[in-house]
Design a protein around this ligand. Sequence first.
Ligand code: SAJ
Length: 426
Amino acid sequence: KSVSVIGMGYIGLPTCAIFASRGFDVIGVDINEAVVEKVNRGEIHIVEPDLDGLVQKMVASGKLKAYSTPQPADAYVIAVPTPITDDRKPDISYVLAAARAVAPILKKGDLVVLESTSPVGTTRAMNLLLSELRPDLTFPGAADEDSDVYVSYSPERVLPGNVLNELINNDRSIGGLSRRSSERTATLYSSFVAGDLFITVAEAAELVKLTENAFRDVNIAFANELAAVCQDLSLNVWEVIDLANRHPRVNILQPGPGVGGHCIAVDPYFIIDAAPESTPLMQSARRINSHRPHSVVKDIESLLEPGRQQTIACLGLSFKPNIDDLRESPAVEVVKLLSEHKDVKIVAAEPNTRALPKELEGKGIVFTDALSAIDQADIVVLLVDHRQFNFVDPEALKGKKLIDTRGLWTWRKARKPDARIEGKKS
Ligand code: SAJ
């Protein structure tokens, strides 16, 4: 049994390692030579708990090998990026490029599974491209008769930071382009998935994936809107949410400096693009969440004293806690906006990366550790609730102006236990 995983990023690499751990001969493919060399040395290029040990073991056992071009296998899993263009249109060119790379080596009986988050219709478009490139083979068609090659969509839905656990334990939807394609895909994933596998049509599976992330975006927008309301009314949003969430059917998410990452800040646009007239709620959630970094900068500006150079410590740059991923990070956006000010010196700290990201280079920003950043600062801005920041001594913050965009210090740590009066639950 062999499987070739195209794209060894945040999803593809853990997927390679899990397949290898279940006895598959795994061919990991990436166009980035540096990634290929690193994996073949048993090393990883991303921060993800427990992944390093597993990749090292699988490479050492010979079950996982990395290449820069696809190699023949019984199944191909495509996990390449599907970004949006500057005008917020889905870009599926990497999926089509992966299909073009796989097409020449396909043989009768092979399975091709698309895992990348994709606009509705992408799997069928990929199938069409494959069938055009390989007229000697049959592919799933409208009549649902058996074909030489099987094609399906099965999206990943794992949370960065908890990938290995969620890969195994989450349920999965499988949208085959034929009944046999779905069955083959279910057999492939049942090798490691402990959750349930649900079979549907490809287009539904594509929309399911987009819907999950759009749902979260809308819910975070609600929390962020509530933060703005509380600011207007001089109330503590963290307390309001915490108490509202004591209702058995209310579960409000956490406000913050915005929504980052390559999924939640991107995927709703795939739905919006497909149905612009029918998505006013999703569109406004996107606007609310994209505006958050600007509100944080406005709050910081309100603390600045005019005519004096001041130092601002920005703590955390990644898009969420305890990872190194800076893609679409609202924290980076805040720092970038701040760096346009003449009167401020910015000192930034990010415990999970070794240097500033490229987009912040050359702007006079100092990169250092959290404690020395705080030490130098007039204003301390907490942008990411990394676990390390829990341990900052309150003494170090004394006399500093504070903006806590995640409620880590101002609410979660300071919550008074004596504010609770025990009820009579037996
Ligand atoms: N965020 C908030 N408040 C919250 C929760 C999150 O402001 O209460 C922010 C985070 O700080 C971050 C952004 O939202 O900037 C996204 O973080 P996240 O943890 O919600 O999600 P991702 O992007 O790491 O992973 C999401 C997950 N989707 C859902 O939970 C519906 C994951 O399961 C998907 O597999 C992943 O997208 C993906 O690859 O699509």
